[in-house]
Design a protein around this ligand. Structure first.
Ligand code: PEP
Length: 255
């Protein structure tokens, strides 16, 4: 039984005080929604303070990135050892990391290994660019990203995968539910091929890309889509709470 999952990726938005304000606005309502695993991923500088605010609540904390070494002369980097005192989850391989900061599949693989060996649960992001989509290469790209990310990793069910077509991120142009579910079924088949069918059935796979309170139902009405990774809409307390509430309600109905 896969527990529905909704994470908010705040990206490079919010100062510490702004982040705290958003948490104050949403925490009580989010905390009451029991059927969904809820994760907030604020910027690094807010992790300590939000870790304390979430203490005693059912809302969990995630980081947006990390380096794959645990410590050393890597100026400006944040390690899994530092994160694991604060976070349960870490987003890895987000397309903004891949395309703006040159993260390769090999780097993503090293990061996944480092996260798992330090008891952090990775939220692995995969997704094709517009030109790849238009050239009919979606499955080829996804197969490569998932296979290389999981290379040499023992089967684990505490991995979350987010299918985030790059053309849908921050554009207001979400994929259709039909497009998303087709690729998510494909991702599960790739995981089954790399590991095995039963582990693949335990791994949660989310959709991400311009998710809002208006379109969330279209995605999570499919039993194969376990939730969402939400960017822009997760910065608005009412929007994010509504996305989580709808996820809880719909998943309960279709169980
Ligand atoms: C994201 O950052 O992972 C994302 C999906 O962003 P948005 O919801 O803003 O498209």
């Amino acid at each position: 039984m896969r527990i529905p999952f909704v994470a908010g990726n705040w990206k490079m938005n919010t100062t510490v005080s702004e982040a705290e304000k958003i948490v104050i606005e949403m925490l009580e309502k989010l905390d009451r929604i029991e059927e969904v695993e809820k994760v907030l991923c604020p910027p690094f500088v807010s992790l300590v303070s939000i870790h304390m605010m979430l203490h005693d609540s059912s809302v969990k904390l995630g980081a947006q990135n990390m380096y794959f070494e645990t410590k050393g002369a890597y100026t400006g980097e944040i390690s899994p050892l530092m994160l694991r005192e604060l976070c349960e989850f870490v987003i890895l391989g987000h397309s903004e990391r891949r395309w703006y900061f040159g993260e390769t599949d090999e780097i993503v693989n090293k990061k996944i290994k480092a996260a798992l060996s330090n008891n952090l649960k990775p939220i692995l992001c995969v997704g094709e660019r517009l030109e790849e989509n238009e050239a009919g290469k979606t499955e080829e790209v996804i197969n490569r990203q998932v296979t290389e990310a999981l290379n040499g990793i023992e089967p684990v069910s505490n991995l979350v995968i987010a299918y985030e077509p790059v053309w849908a991120i921050g554009t207001g142009k979400a994929a259709s539910g039909e497009q998303a579910v087709a690729t998510i079924r494909f991702i599960r088949a790739v995981v089954a091929k790399i590991w095995d069918e039963s582990i693949a059935l335990d791994v949660r796979i989310l959709y991400g890309g311009s998710v809002t309170s208006t379109n969330i139902a279209e995605f999570i009405s499919y039993p194969e889509i376990d939730g969402a990774l939400v960017g822009g809409a997760s910065l608005k307390a009412d929007e994010f709470v509504s996305i989580v509430e709808q996820t809880a309600k719909i998943k309960k109905r279709i169980k």
